[in-house]
Design a protein. Structure first.
Length: 166
């Protein structure tokens, strides 16, 4: 393998290691939720903790809001958008495929065009597939029995930032 090829492969490996290890440094965050209250107000924010009879939410303005369960009609849980992961994975997969499918030892413009085209197609496919999976799961609190509410709160507790809050 020629020196330019070795540099390219090593650069690709370093980039892949850096991009895939980003989540190791990320701080655990709670789920993004929307809460519709009985008085008609809507509260958006991050779920911090689930207490016995209330939810602790960090709203979009940065304030902690304690919401009693009996004031809530509906809770919507937004899945995190992971389009960047799809972009990186699609780019790496299709660019690698483009490199391996061409004659790697001839460094003409054709190989770089195919790498760019393959990476672009992969990035587009990755972003579309990952962005389309963002859904909102809803929990209708109003009309639930106490045991159903307790079960719903246990499910919410798994998605909160502080899971073992007492």
């Amino acid at each position: 393998m020629n020196p330019t090829g070795k540099k390219f492969v090593s650069l690709l490996l370093v980039f892949a290691l850096l991009m895939l290890s980003v989540n190791l440094y990320a701080k655990k965050r709670g789920a993004n939720i929307k809460i519709w209250k009985k008085d008609g107000r809507l509260i958006n924010g991050e779920l911090i903790a689930v207490k016995e009879n209330s939810l602790l939410v960090l709203d979009t303005e940065g304030k902690d809001v304690n919401i009693e369960i009996n004031e809530i009609t509906l809770i919507g849980i937004k899945r995190k958008l992971r389009a960047l992961k799809g972009f990186v994975r699609g780019t790496l997969i299709y660019a690698s495929y483009a490199i391996l499918s061409r004659n790697y030892f001839s460094l003409d413009n054709l190989i770089w065009n195919s790498v760019f085209l393959g990476g672009s197609i992969g990035a587009l496919i990755g972003v579309i597939t990952r962005a389309s999976t963002r859904t909102i799961k809803t929990i209708h609190i109003e009309g639930m029995t106490d045991s159903e509410i307790k079960e719903a709160l246990d499910k919410l507790r798994k998605r909160s930032r502080v899971r073992d809050y007492k």
